[in-house]
Structures are given as C-alpha cells and as structure tokens.
Write a protein that binds this ligand. Structure first.
Ligand code: ADP
Length: 426
C-alpha cells in the first residue's frame, strides 16, 4: 500500500466482518473483479493485518462484538503505519448507523447492506483513485518543500557571499584610500627632499668654489714660502674640493631628475650607447676596455637620462674591473610589452645579498679601493622607474655582473599615457 502508482484492480483490499457469510460473499465478489483480497473476522485481527502489511483500502463492518468498526477505524487513524489507509464502512440498513460518527473517526465513505455490486466497485475505485492522488500530491508537496529548503539554503549562502564581497570591497576601498593618501604624502615629501637637495647642493657649490680658488692661489703664490708638508696639505685640500664638487654635482643631477622638463621622444638606443661611450672615452682608453653591443631597439624616453643610464652602468662595469681588461656586452630582447636590456661585465662582481642594497643612494661596497659617490645606481633606478621599468643585478663575486633593466615598448608607453590622460582629464 501507500504506493503513488495507480493501482486499479491490483489493489489489496482488507475486508473486516464478524459474519463469515458476509465475508465470503463480498470476498468472492471482489476477487472476481480482480482485486487481491484479505478477509478477517474481528477488529483485533483487522488491526494486526493492517499493521503487518497495510492494505490499499479497508471495507469495515460496524457492528462487531468486542471491538466495533468505529473503534477499529479510530485506532487505525492514530497509527502512522495505517493512518493513510482509506476506510469504507459497511453497515446493514436496519442496524443503527451513525454516519457522522463514521466520518468523525476517519472513515472516507460508507456502503449499506444489501448493496448493489456496481455501487461497491464504484466507491472502492473512487477512493483508491482519491487516495492515489492524495499520495501523489503529498509526494509532490514533499519534493516542493525539499526544493524550497534547498533554494533557501542557496539564497542564504548567496547572501553570505554578497556580504563577504561587500566587506571585501569596503576593505579594498579603505586600503586604496590609505594608499592614495600615503602616496600623496610620499610624493610631497619626495618633492621637498628634492628641493632641499637641489638648494643645498647649489648653495654648497659656491663656497666650495671659493675654497678651491684660494687653495689654487696658495699653491701658485705660496709654494716657495710653504714647506713640503704644507704644500701637501694644499694638494689634499684641492683633491677633496674636486671630490666634493663631484659629489655635489651628482647629488644635484639626482635631485633634478624629477624636475627635468625635457620631452619624451623616440630614441635610438644604438645612438644613446654611442653617446655614452664617447663620454667614457678616457676611461675606455685607460682601461683598454672592450665594449660590444647587439643591435638595440628604439624606445620612448628622455634622451639625457638614458645617456646617463647607459653611461653609469658601462662606467661602473669599467671601474669595478678585475686584473684582466674589462669586456662588456650590451643586448636587449623584446618580452611581452617591454624590452629587457642587459649589460654584462667580467668585473669583480658582488655578493647576491647586496643586490638590493647597492641601488640605494650613498650605498657602496668597495669604498676603500674604488673612487665614487654611491649615487650612480640610485640615479639609474630612478631613471628606469620614471620610465615605467625596473632594474636589478645578477652577480657572482669574482665572476662578473649583469645589470638588467626593462623599458616599456612604444605601444605600452602610448597605452600608459592614454590611461593617465583618462585618469587625469584636466
Ligand atoms: P659608486 O660607483 O659611485 O660607488 P654606484 O651607485 O654606481 O656608486 O654603485 C654602488 C655600488 O655598487 C658600488 O660602490 C659598487 O660597490 C657596486 N657596483 C656597482 N656597479 C658594479 C659592477 N659593475 N660590478 C661590481 N660592483 C658594482
């Protein structure tokens, strides 16, 4: 029983009547009609049969000794295994039959004896169908409930995700805001620092020139009056003046990097390198340096800065040489949306652990043995970063170094400028 399939005559029907004759007649009738029939003589047996194998329908006599039909039906409707079974009461016309009570205890219909066969079949058929439809409806309801539960759970999960997303957006917005503020602050303090370095360098240059002038006068005019020791002091002063002047000059050009008004233009790197090599003519000659380079690309940038970049890197490659004469090679390859330049030397090299350190201003590794100010690589980094690239070194002590830097391709520069223009329409 309890199947959600239409049963038709295959239905299993339990007949309950204390009169064996009645039972036989009805049983035979139903069997002939094709139903599967079980017949019992008392209320107790009816309950036991229904509990062990619930039938699809029960035909229940009312007037029975010990337990009447109302009691049986009442009991059936109170047990979960049997409460769904449709019960049709069967009563004789002359017996006192309380229809209201029959429905009140859970009966679905009634038949009065003597009955018409067609009527019995019609009622059985009707209640089997009704019961089948009810079961089907309950099953659909159950499925619908399950679906609603699933949807509610999915909706809840979605709401939670939305909430998480909202919180993440809020957090990012706050981070962006903080970052923007920090960047503004950094730009302002950088500008202050550059202004300060520019003014300080400028103001230091004129007293230095005066000291230098007096020291030269002393060297020229006082040479005879001064003893050798004092003449050595004057030489030291002049040497230190030169060094300080170099330091101030480099500091000044470092400070001015961001103020350069020179326009961006299409530059041939071959020409830039030639210019840098010309400027380094004396060093190349004195060190018997051999500088070679592959065909180099055209880039967009500030001419004077890129000459300085190549000059600093080639100059260092010559300066930080080993015993053997310097061999330096430059090349560039196209990668995605930038060119990767490399400047390889066979010099003294550095320990990998200093590969970040040397790009900071005034940081030097070989200050005892090589002249310098520690501004060159900081200047290189600033130039490369201003043009949207990055710079780094790969090196091994005693083996040589390769400096790498990237420059965006022409196409990429145009894109960046467009983005900047859209971002800052004014
Ligand atoms: P400077 O050369 O004036 O000291 P730089 O900023 O140009 O300053 O370089 C910083 C330091 O990096 C140098 O003092 C040196 O120790 C190291 N360095 C730079 N270039 C090379 C190189 N090609 N080979 C080995 N060491 C280098």
């Amino acid at each position: 029983m309890n199947s959600a399939q239409p049963l038709g005559n295959l239905a299993d029907i339990l007949i309950v009547d204390d009169e064996p004759n009645n039972l036989r007649v009805l049983s035979n009738l139903l069997k002939k009609h094709g139903y599967k029939v079980r017949a019992v003589l008392s209320g107790d047996r009816a309950l036991a049969a229904a509990r062990s194998t619930p039938p699809d329908l029960i035909l229940l006599d009312i007037m029975m000794p010990e337990m009447d039909g109302y009691q049986v039906c009442h009991q059936l409707k109170h047990e979960s295994a049997t409460c769904q079974i449709p019960v049709i009461f069967v009563s004789a016309k002359d017996q006192g039959f309380d229809k209201v009570k029959a429905f009140a205890v859970g009966g679905v219909d009634y038949i009065t004896k003597p009955f018409q066969v067609e009527e019995v079949f019609a009622r059985i058929d009707c209640h089997l169908k009704l019961n089948y439809l009810q079961m089907k409806l309950e099953k659909q309801n159950y499925q619908l409930q399950a679906e609603i539960c699933q949807r509610n759970a999915a909706e809840k999960a979605l709401q939670e995700q939305n909430e998480q997303l909202r919180r993440e957006i809020e957090r990012r917005q706050l981070t962006e805001l903080a970052l923007e503020k920090a960047n503004q602050e950094l730009a302002r303090s950088n500008a202050d620092l550059e202004q300060f370095a520019g003014i300080a360098s400028h103001d230091l240059r004129s007293p230095l020139a005066t000291i230098n002038g007096y020291a030269q006068l002393l060297q020229m005019c006082g040479k005879e009056q001064l003893d050798d020791k004092c003449n050595d002091f004057v030489k030291q002063i002049l040497k230190l003046c030169d060094r300080t002047d170099l330091l101030i000059g480099e500091l000044l050009s470092y400070a001015r990097l961001n103020q350069v008004q020179e326009p961006l233009q299409l530059l041939s790197c071959d020409r830039l390198v030639q210019q840098a090599l010309e400027n380094l003519g004396t060093e190349i000659y004195q060190n018997q340096a051999q500088v070679t380079y592959d065909p180099l690309p055209e880039i967009i940038g500030t001419e004077s800065q890129f000459v300085q970049l190549f000059q600093n890197l080639i100059g260092n490659a010559i300066k930080y040489r080993r015993e053997e004469s310097p061999r330096i090679h430059l090349s560039a390859v196209l990668q995605d949306n930038h060119y990767l330049f490399s400047i390889q030397d066979n010099g003294i090299g550095i320990d990998e652990e200093y590969s970040q350190y040397i790009f900071q201003i005034f940081k030097r590794l070989h200050s005892q043995d090589y002249p310098g100010t520690g501004i060159g690589l900081a200047t290189c980094r600033k130039i490369v970063e201003r043009h949207g690239g990055s710079i780094w070194i790969k090196s091994q002590v005693g083996q040589g170094s390769t400096f790498y830097f990237t420059v965006p391709t022409e196409q990429r520069v145009v894109e960046r400028q467009m983005i900047e223009a859209i971002g800052h329409p004014n």
